[in-house]
Write a protein that binds this ligand. Structure first.
Ligand SMILES: Nc1ncnc2c1ncn2[C@@H]1O[C@H](COP(=O)(O)OP(=O)(O)OP(=O)(O)O)[C@@H](O)[C@H]1O
Ligand SMILES: [Mg+2]
Length: 250
């Protein structure tokens, strides 16, 4: 049985794309066939983490949404050469061309097509798991992604600006009856006690915290130029991503 997993946050820059890409890498390292879709059509970015060269990209998610390609035709294998474990990763990127982003904003597209595309991708590539990286806030494609998901991870920083928005997503996901919903507290400063953060956040949202990921200078220094979990397999941050990956597949 394949699983659809969404990674979301209400605010931007919380760490969604890094979380999505590293969870994908760790699941592939366990031998799984993993698909990743960049549903952040307005500000795509996860292709950078996978080192997908724009010159290689012909069709992308936009082409699919505009009826120019099938979803599998817009998927590119991005399995890192250093990955062991036998799994594979495919990415459906979104276009970074300004005219494509402008067209989405201006003309929109048929959101319902997204769901059909996710299913077609799972079937064509025989995926064990499909990970959906999302745009911050709640737009139509994010709502659809959440509604279709078997599991949802909501990423937040231990920052008061993140708190209200996170409650919005939690409430919406509950209404959509997502089977598994967990919180991921990311960029937790070293001076914060991890257990205390977990307890406070769980109490505030009445939602389980899958993991508390510390702020990491090494991750920041990698600056999205690669997959942290592949480059630093024994780092405490990778351990947290690993715990999250297991949680989302349970
Ligand atoms: N635990 C962490 N410690 C330090 N830096 C981090 C951590 N997690 C993510 N970052 C950094 O935070 C920045 C934003 O990360 P990322 O792009 O994954 O967030 P995002 O939620 O996808 O952003 P957007 O909303 O713009 O799509 C990146 O520079 C990344 O390296
Ligand atoms: Mg992102």
């Amino acid at each position: 049985m394949s699983r659809i997993v969404s990674i979301h946050s209400f605010r931007g820059g919380t760490g969604k794309s890094n979380t999505s890409a590293n969870v994908a890498a760790l699941l592939a390292a366990q031998g799984r066939r993993v698909g990743v879709v960049d549903t952040d059509i307005l500000s795509p970015g996860i292709h950078v983490l996978f080192g997908l060269d724009q010159d290689r990209v012909g069709h992308c998610l936009n082409s699919y949404l505009w009826g120019q390609a099938t979803m599998p035709e817009a998927a590119y294998e991005v399995t890192p050469p250093a990955l062991t474990g036998g799994g594979r990763i495919w990415l459906v990127p979104s276009s970074v061309a300004p005219q494509d982003i402008a067209r989405v904003m201006h003309d929109g597209y048929d959101v319902a097509r997204l769901g059909d595309g996710f299913r077609a991708l799972v079937d064509a590539l025989d995926l064990d798991v499909l990970i959906l990286d999302t745009h911050p806030g709640l737009n139509e494609e994010t709502l659809l992604a959440i509604a279709m998901s078997d599991a949802l991870a909501i990423v937040l920083r231990p920052d008061h600006q993140d708190y209200e928005g996170t409650q919005v997503t939690v409430t919406v996901a509950r209404k959509l009856a997502v089977p598994t919903m967990v919180l991921v507290v990311n960029k937790s400063p070293a001076v914060f006690d991890e257990d205390e953060v977990r307890e406070r956040v769980e109490k505030a949202y009445e939602c389980r915290v899958a993991t508390v990921v510390p702020h990491s200078d090494e991750l920041m220094a990698l600056s999205s130029a690669g997959l942290f979990a592949v480059e630093f397999p024994d780092h405490p941050v990778t351990d947290r991503y690993r715990a999250l990956a297991a949680d989302l597949m349970a």
